[in-house]
Design a protein around this ligand. Structure first.
Ligand SMILES: Cc1ncc(COP(=O)(O)O)c(C=O)c1O
Length: 493
């Protein structure tokens, strides 16, 4: 039950995002509000975080400067950002540090792949799931000798669910002394399926492996408790997430990691700010966090705005956000399931397999690129299509589906045909989405199905393989240009 004040705060916050009023002109000439269903790629910006950032800019300075007022304010707020994020993710600050990295989760996971490699040089195997985003797969392939992809649990419906714990255990046994760590996503960016991260941690730790959670899709959508479990083997060793998926575009990636692991090796990145002293023949690295892990001038405004957004999420209560978003996702899925022209990927029984954030699907007889283009051009619904940087997972989901559907084609032709069709449409939700957005989606999908042949004729495929409307030009109808705006701002014309 949501406490009244949290309920009110949630309602207030839901309407306080930049871009909720964005209007575009559609292919049929109507001007409508955009329905943003692409939060799994990047969320909209939280108004509170934006406003706090504007206030902060009055004081902005470099956190490596020490004695002037602005430097002191900047340093104190930047320190606060680290502490805020540690407590948001239930990480004991005595045991864990938080540091910021360049390009989102990708930078953080690349860093940790190097850290874990150097921390336990004798362990050369990494276990990941088959549902990983490339960012939680390729860095491990680069830095470990062997990466094993753990399959997913198969449900009675024949649809895959979350990571198969039995198979994980078999592989932990098989590679016993060689497994350095298990790296899995908390929530899939394709299907929204939630992995049992604490069970996975317990299993990994039982076999002497560490556990790294790709939290890109988790941090903003469901509560996380990294440490303090009564059974400490359920604690998470490292967790990474992206600010731009946590309601603050332009903010950095955040890494939370056990300090003892980081302390055991030289930091992977060196430069200013993380050294105590430097001589021509040696240097002395700081022995405290997060400075030790943050070489160079960090993205201070981004980190502070991210912490402000997280403070708001915490005040609303992430468990409330999880519940409210869950209602929307379940409703969207139930309505999509009723449309027999839709194929929804992954187990769709939410009692057996819970999801958060995303649903991916195809419309039978329509290319995913065409569906995404029509949703945009005729319904002003912003979605993502293709393979979502998770090619092995998408291939597996689609191939299974094709194998079921195609029984009269030889195996070697299936791969060729698959290449033509590979991809899906993904709708994804954030704190600002409302039941009306699900209505808009559901109605649009029904209309697209019923006017399928008509829409197919309105589009052609361009030289880059994209579906383009035969007559409607986005550039003409919905122009946005910074140089033009600057001309106006600077009074040039
Ligand atoms: C599950 C998952 N992991 C990693 C990433 C990479 O995040 P970023 O682009 O912020 O580096 C994404 C981005 O979509 C993701 O969804």
């Amino acid at each position: 039950m949501i406490v009244q004040s949290e309920n009110l705060l949630l309602a207030k916050i839901q309407n306080d995002f930049i871009g909720l009023d964005t209007v575009y002109t559609l292919a049929d000439g109507r001007k409508t509000l955009r329905v943003y269903l692409d939060s799994t790629a990047s969320t909209l910006m939280m108004g509170a975080a934006h406003d706090m950032l504007e206030e902060f800019f009055e004081h902005y300075a470099n956190s490596h400067s020490l004695l002037h007022f602005s430097a002191k304010i900047t340093t104190s707020q930047y320190d606060w950002a680290h502490q805020r994020i540690l407590s948001f993710l239930g990480a004991d600050p005595e045991e864990y540090t938080c540091f910021f990295t360049g390009s989102g989760t990708t930078a953080g996971i690349n860093r940790l792949a190097r850290v874990f490699r150097d921390y336990r040089k004798d362990k050369d195997v990494v276990l990941v799931s088959i549902m990983e985003h490339h960012s939680n797969d390729l860095p491990h392939r680069k830095h470990a000798d062997e990466v094993v992809h753990i399959p997913l649990k198969s449900h009675s419906s024949g649809q895959p669910g979350s990571l198969d714990k039995e198979s994980l255990e078999e592989n932990l046994k098989k590679y016993r002394d060689r497994v350095n760590y298990v790296a899995v996503t908390g929530i899939s960016n394709v299907t929204g399926i939630i992995n049992p991260i604490y069970d996975i941690a317990e299993l990994a730790h039982d076999y002497g492996a560490l556990v790294l959670i790709d939290g890109a899709q988790m941090a903003a959508h469901m509560p996380v408790q990294m440490s303090g479990h009564s059974n400490s083997s359920r604690n998470i060793d490292a967790f990474v997430f992206s600010g731009h998926k946590t309601y603050v575009p332009g903010s950095p990636g955040a890494v939370l990691c056990r300090k003892d692991i980081l302390m055991a090796i030289e930091p992977e990145e060196l430069g200013g700010g993380m050294v105590e002293d430097v001589f021509v023949d040696r240097y002395i690295i700081k022995d405290y966090f997060p400075d030790r892990e943050e070489a160079g001038t960090p993205n201070i405004p981004g980190a502070i705005a991210l912490a402000a957004a997280i403070e708001v999420l915490d005040r609303v209560g992430v468990e409330n956000i999880f519940r409210e978003e869950g209602i929307l996702v379940d409703d969207a899925m139930e309505r999509m399931k009723k449309n027999s022209d839709l194929i929804i990927y992954g187990e769709t029984n939410s009692k057996k397999c819970s999801r958060a954030g995303s649903i991916s699907f195809n419309i039978k007889g329509m290319h995913h690129g065409l569906v995404a283009a029509v949703l945009n051009d005729y319904f002003n619904i912003a979605v993502r299509n293709e393979c979502f940087c998770a090619h092995p997972y998408v291939k597996e989901l689609i191939l299974d589906d094709m194998l079921d559907a195609i029984t009269d084609i030889p195996d070697e032709e299936i791969e060729a045909k698959y290449k033509l069709l590979a991809g899906m449409v993904r709708v994804s939700f954030g704190i600002y989405n409302q039941p009306e957005d699900v209505d808009a989606l559901s109605n649009a999908l029904q209309e697209i199905v019923s006017r399928k042949d008509e829409f197919i004729k309105l589009y052609h495929v361009d030289e880059n393989g994209n579906y383009v409307h035969n007559t409607f030009k986005m550039e003409k109808e919905n122009n946005f240009s910074i140089p033009d705006l600057l001309d106006e701002y600077l009074n040039v014309k």
